[in-house]
Design a protein around this ligand. Structure first.
Ligand code: XIL
Length: 314
């Protein structure tokens, strides 16, 4: 295949990238973003702090820029994200609301944002990062005020606002079989048993070089798919200790190929999104000091071995 999206399409899947709003003016950036990907996710502009920074004030212009970019390039849009403890404005996290008021705030946020783009967004990350690594539910204003029912309610509110969008729960460090993915599995099973409208499970897959088992990732994705939900790789990157070298970049290519291959081996795996495509734009160096080079294009938007790795994986 000539591009990542064509390779993905040949296996009946989508290939996505996160899009940084601040980069949409650069033709090198938009050229790759439009030609190589069939799906786009807003890296930040649809998060709560960005889209409802003050109560009742919705800042839709940046999100609309992404929608316009996607429409111009016939791309699917992945909505990210509705209910998340992080990048949550202080008026929500420190508002001191009681359960009834906070429930109304969550419902209004979801109804407004999902409703705004109803029919135009293929998938929504409805609940993001709800779990701790030990499998317990993460403390947040949502859990602490509303109890664990906030998860089911968020899906119900999203379904009411856009019955056509596929609704996902998304998390990190859940790609392997472990305490966290076991807990996620139990929660998803329970939601399905209760008739909660959940369609998909997103696996972020912010991976570290050489720390993975392709066979375990595949069997873990498969057990979720066997529940009848779609599974998706939503935020893939593979970071390494800097500086990078040829050996590390070759291992990274293998890792990208193996992870994409795990998706391809699972019928219910709908696609793969990488968390940006060029190392110059990656969140990794800012979040994990000393690490970087996590994406398939380098700092100058030249394809790395990982690019061919993704092609191989499909
Ligand atoms: C990151 C963005 O890439 C950064 O630009 C931002 O400063 C912080 O968030 N899990 C998620 C994503 O679900 O939203 C995060 O994105 C990365 C981890």
């Amino acid at each position: 295949a000539a591009t990542l999206k064509e390779a993905a399409e040949a296996s009946g899947r989508f290939m996505g990238t996160a899009i940084a709003d601040g980069r949409l003016g650069d033709p090198t950036y938009t050229g790759i973003a439009s030609s190589e990907f069939s799906s786009v996710t807003a890296e930040n502009v649809m998060k709560w702090e960005a889209i409802q920074p003050q109560r009742g004030q919705f800042n839709l212009d940046p999100a609309n820029r992404l929608m316009d970019f996607a429409a111009a390039n016939a791309q699917q849009v992945w909505g990210h994200t509705l209910v998340w403890h992080s990048q949550l404005p202080g008026w929500v996290s420190n508002g001191g609301f009681g359960a009834e008021e906070l429930d109304g705030i969550v419902q209004d946020h979801i109804s407004t944002v999902v409703g705004e783009y109803a029919g135009e967004i293929a998938y929504w990350d409805v609940v993001n990062e709800a779990f701790n690594d030990d499998g317990s539910l993460r403390q947040s204003v949502f859990l602490n005020t509303l109890g664990e029912g906030y998860i089911a309610d968020a899906f119900r509110y999203a379904e009411a606002a856009d019955p056509s969008a596929k609704l996902c729960i998304n998390d990190y460090s859940t790609e392997h079989t472990n305490a966290k993915s076991d807990a996620l599995y139990e929660v998803v099973s329970g939601l399905l048993d209760e008739g909660v409208p959940i369609d998909c499970v997103g696996f972020q897959m912010h991976l570290i070089l050489d720390q993975y088992s392709a066979s375990d990732i595949q069997s873990n994705l498969q057990r979720f798919a066997d529940l009848g939900v779609e599974v998706v790789i939503t935020e893939l990157d593979v970071r390494m200790d800097m500086p990078s070298d040829e050996t590390k970049l070759a291992s990274q290519a293998t890792q990208y190929a193996d992870v994409v291959g795990a998706c391809v081996a699972v019928n219910g795996c709908a696609g793969v999104t990488i968390w940006g495509f060029g190392d110059a734009d990656s969140w990794v160096p800012g979040t994990f000091p000393g690490q970087g080079a996590a994406l398939p294009w380098d700092e100058n938007y030249q394809p790395k071995p990982a690019y061919d790795g993704i092609l191989r994986g499909f």
